[in-house]
Design a protein. Structure first.
Lengths: 298, 371
């Protein structure tokens, strides 16, 4: 077991940031903490990387206790905080060199591990880190977190503020790292990234709502969701919310997702209702369920 | 071996920070030189070529002799001879003349018969320091005349202004400000710069990464302060060299003792800087704490600018807890009196005690986690 969290709670003054959370991450697993801002993801990362001490509960990382075996953990994990935390006035190469040195290794020694990533930023190795683009910064930060070949890698919202193309590349890199045997705990507010993890924990207000593989989470969702479309989207949401049998209505891309209270729901009834409300170009069809839908219902 | 490599790597990184930041470079090297030259040349009590006017109501041989002596001195330039007392005020109002010397009527005759003659020196007191200095210089010149006169006969000349100083006042202020400026600069560089550079890591989030690394807290701290020890020593050398060559400030005592005491003071200032960084989370807080909590007391209470003896008693008591006070006493004693450790061991012990206290406190306060 690479990470074992047992009933961890953490409060800041009156605010309960993490509320008796329990989960386990297996060796070599890519595990995602999915939740909106303020859900407590960063607090969990900081507890696991020994930066904070929990008020209650216990946790182990790579077999070491996060409170008692602080030194061992600090030697064997890689951590990439949510905020870009490299030295902006140092060049790409100097940053990498510095982190290699303080971890008692060299760039050459673990070059294999970072090669795929480093190659992409190598053309800019003499540029100051502060002058890099968002995607480049993340790649450099990942290189720095990997340079000592950690057993467990903690990535706190690594793709926040990064363009969609770089985000995609970033996840491909994570998959490759996973294949090299590194256990990865990653957090993200983007639901579409959830499906790229082996298993995910959905978090809100400091509590874990569900832990499973993304596919199971979707498969276990019992309700039927319909994509509804009409010319006047704003009016459509309003009218759907006034439909007596509605369970949940929310905008989802170009469609509005509609869930009915009854399992015996007949789309034709809704069609008639909307027609009476003077809607035109009405489309109602079953939707493909995503993690976001599940999250909205929790 | 790894430890040494880590340390060197860390120090190298610190130097990159320092040399790539124009602001900190200026504080480190521009400031000491600017301050010492400023204090040395601009803020000085010496007067040179001050324009004065003379109202000679006797116009006899003795007054001529004195006027000649004044004209010959480098301090005064007799710009004007005025005829009547009512002109004095208008001369002052023009602003060019800083002082007027008035010889009473029948000067020579009075010297002969009454054994007393009066020279009045009226100075423009809008600049009190200059006025004071002019008065002193004038009486010095006249006393010199008087003592020459004494050799021929026993006549006395009385002057309204009392002479208080007989040696070059400029030299005296140099002796005071070289140790003072050195203290202020070492405090500034050591305490403020280290506290800012440690809090910068907190502010930028890099401290989080350093904490989650095999580096031990004291390794981080030593790595951060070492460059500043080095730079502070260079600063001390620059200040002492400028003081010695430009302002002729003597170093009468042992240079090794001076170096030892300086390093001791630097370390105590550094530990104060670390202490400040443990209680502040932003560079701004660290800077304000250093300026208000350290610089101000150093400037005001250390005896650098205001003599401690003339402070009210509570202030005198407070001044004892300021390391800078003891350091200034030590530096003056070594440089001017040329004394050895046997005369300043008490002050040295106080400084060592304070340093140990600050280091212990800052290590205790240093957080190995984020809170």
């Amino acid at each position: 077991m690479s990470i074992a969290v047992n009933n961890i709670s953490k409060s800041y003054k009156k605010l309960k940031a993490v509320d008796s959370i329990t989960f386990k991450v297996n060796d070599g697993e890519l595990f995602g903490l999915i939740g909106p801002d303020g859900a407590g993801k960063t607090t969990i990362f900081r507890i696991l990387t020994t930066l904070l001490v929990a008020n209650e509960g216990s946790a182990e990382v790579a077999g070491y206790d996060v409170v008692k075996q602080l030194k061992e953990i600090r030697n064997s994990v890689g951590y990439m905080p949510g905020k870009f935390s490299l030295y902006q006035d140092l060049t790409v190469e100097e940053n990498l060199h510095f982190f290699a040195t303080i971890f008692g290794t060299t760039i050459e020694e673990n070059y294999d591990l970072i090669k795929d990533i480093y190659i992409q930023i190598e053309p800019f190795k003499d540029r100051r880190a502060g002058a890099l683009s968002g995607g480049m910064k993340q790649k450099l930060a990942l290189c720095c977190a990997l340079i000592h070949a950690p057993k467990v890698l903690f990535l706190d919202e690594p793709t926040t503020g990064v363009d969609p193309v770089s985000r995609k590349e970033f996840w491909i890199m994570l998959k490759r790292l996973q294949q090299k045997g590194i256990t990865i705990l990653v957090s993200t507010p983007y639901m579409d990234e959830a499906s790229l993890c082996d298993r995910i924990a959905l978090i809100q207000k400091g509590k874990i709502l569900k832990i499973d593989t993304p596919q199971n989470i979707i498969n276990n969702y019992e309700k039927v969701i319909y994509d509804v479309q009409a010319k006047n989207t704003h009016g459509l949401i309003h009218d759907l919310k006034n439909y007596p049998n509605q369970y949940s209505v929310y905008a989802f891309g170009e469609f509005v997702h509609y869930i009915d209270k009854n399992a015996t729901f007949n789309p034709n009834d809704l069609q008639t209702y909307l027609k009476n409300k003077n809607h035109t170009d009405i489309i109602i069809k079953p939707a493909t369920i995503t993690i976001e839908d599940v999250f909205m219902d929790l | 071996m790894t430890i040494m490599k880590r340390f060197i790597g860390f120090v190298k990184k610190e130097f990159y920070h320092i040399f790539r930041d124009k602001r900190s470079l200026f504080i480190l090297f521009g400031m000491p030189i600017a301050q010492i030259l400023l204090f040395g040349f601009a803020i000085t009590n010496e007067i040179n070529n001050v324009d004065i006017a003379i109202l000679d109501q006797s116009n006899d041989i003795e007054t001529q002799k004195i006027i000649y002596k004044i004209k010959a001195s480098p301090y005064f330039n007799v710009a004007n001879q005025i005829e009547k007392e009512s002109d004095i005020e208008s001369e002052f109002k023009k602003g060019k003349i800083k002082a007027v010397l008035i010889f009473e009527p029948n000067f020579s005759k009075n010297l002969e018969t009454k054994k007393v003659a009066v020279v009045q020196a009226i100075t423009d007191a809008t600049e009190p320091n200059v006025a004071n200095t002019i008065a002193n210089y004038t009486s010095a010149i006249i006393q010199n005349y008087q003592s020459q006169k004494k050799q021929s006969n026993s006549n006395q000349v009385k002057v309204e202004v009392q002479s208080r100083m007989f040696y070059n006042p400029e030299l005296k202020s140099v002796f005071n400000f070289v140790p003072g400026v050195m203290t202020v600069i070492l405090m500034l560089v050591s305490a403020m710069m280290t506290s800012i550079s440690i809090t910068r890591e907190k502010e930028l989030g890099t401290m989080e990464i350093l904490l989650v690394s095999p580096l031990k807290p004291f390794q981080v701290i030593i790595g951060k302060v070492f460059p500043y020890i080095f730079l502070s020593i260079i600063n001390a050398i620059v200040i002492l060299t400028l003081g010695y060559f430009v302002f002729k400030m003597p170093i009468n005592g042992s240079i090794f003792l001076l170096a030892f005491e300086s390093i001791l003071f630097i370390i105590s200032a550094l530990s104060l800087g670390i202490l400040i960084s443990t209680v502040s989370n932003s560079q701004q807080t660290a800077m304000m704490l250093s300026l208000m909590g350290l610089m101000l007391p150093v400037i005001i209470l250390s005896g650098f600018i205001f003599p401690i003896n003339s402070m009210p008693l509570p202030m005198q008591v407070i001044s004892n807890i300021i390391p800078a006070k003891w350091f200034i006493i030590i530096v003056k004693a070594i440089m001017l009196k040329g004394v050895g450790i046997q005369y300043i061991w008490k002050e040295t012990l106080i400084l060592i005690g304070m340093t140990v206290f600050f280091i212990t406190l800052s290590i205790k306060k240093y957080k190995i986690r984020l809170e």
